[in-house]
Design a binder for this molecule. Sequence first.
Ligand SMILES: *Cc1c(COP(=O)(O)O)cnc(C)c1O
Length: 398
Amino acid sequence: MGDRDPLAVEANLGAGVYALRGLTLVRGEGARVWDAEGRTYIDCIGGHGAAILGHAHPAIARALSEQAARLIACPGTFGNDVRAELLEALARVTGFPRFFLCNSGAEAVEAALKFARLVTGRPGFVAAMRGFHGRTLGALSVTWEPKYRRPFEPLLPEVTHVPFNDLAAAEQAISDRTAAVIVEPVQGEGGVRPATPDYLAGLRALCDERGALLIFDEVQTGFGRTGRWFAFHHYGVVPDLLALAKGIAAGVPMGAVAVGPRVGALPAGAHGSTFGGNPLACAASLATLDVLEQAQLPARAARLGAWALETLRKELADAPLVREVRGLGLMIGVELRRRVTPLLRALQEAGVLALPAGPTVLRLLPPLVIEEADWQRAVETVIGQIRQLEGEGGNGRG
Ligand SMILES: *Cc1c(COP(=O)(O)O)cnc(C)c1O
């Protein structure tokens, strides 16, 4: 790199769509990352939740290098040993009978929307306010945030957004033109908001009654993040289509749609992807599932998450800056009464990387392998920095 500043290069040559955080990362190990000056950070961003095994996990590095030396490209029109093994593993952990493999969360959502239209012959979708499903035009159509959507209209027709956790509103919206209802069991980007059990069970019943399909977007909540293998396991409600990505291959680009029995096998040619199910990503995903299982990481996420939720709630109970602490497993949100950006900046200065979830919510998505001491320090730093901001900002209403 010489003396060129990577941030300056990216600011000049990148498309400009990312708000840069003023930090260049060059290396990682577990839940730690290092900048170019050798400074270390506790990583509670974890590649937006994708790096569930942290960074530089030896099992992932080994799976990738061995597969790279064997076979990287193999289209879906051919069989492949690693892909077949992965499909069997996915069937085991999800309980679903069929899968379409792709390369990202948005692609998984796109495929789920297309499959729902194909199977029902209906055009419409019902989605939730504050829902986030990705940035491609179909996924964007069901995403709620108007700031993301408006500049790209017209999007898909016949999409209705209804308030999350409001069953009466969903009942009004689901009609005989609804192909599917799409919802995150725990909204991520929209502020770390868990669905109520009655809501998901009620959506299931309404979809059954009216002939619509139910899509769960578990792109962020899947693969142990919430303390179970999948968030739908907390609720005992099984969707017809399950969109997966982020943690599926521990940070290697991959997505998948689990296809339930009401959808069944799709006709050849109905959909496809050049890179989808490539053996390199499949090998990384297989290794990921193996580590998650062997190390019982979903249970670990449940334990570390419950501790953090309890600690944050107790320590911040009287904090004037804090509106609410929410979460499930290692998906934690702290909603403030003001914008979260100054807190994110202060945390970064203090050596902890955290995410926003909307304008006022702090979100923590650490790797499920984070060392307990690091997790404790991250949570203590969050509490300390909130207290400090309160000290600086008087009553904290900024
Ligand atoms: C991140 C995310 C997506 C989009 O995934 P990409 O891989 O960025 O396309 C979709 N849905 C949810 C719930 C997400 O968290």
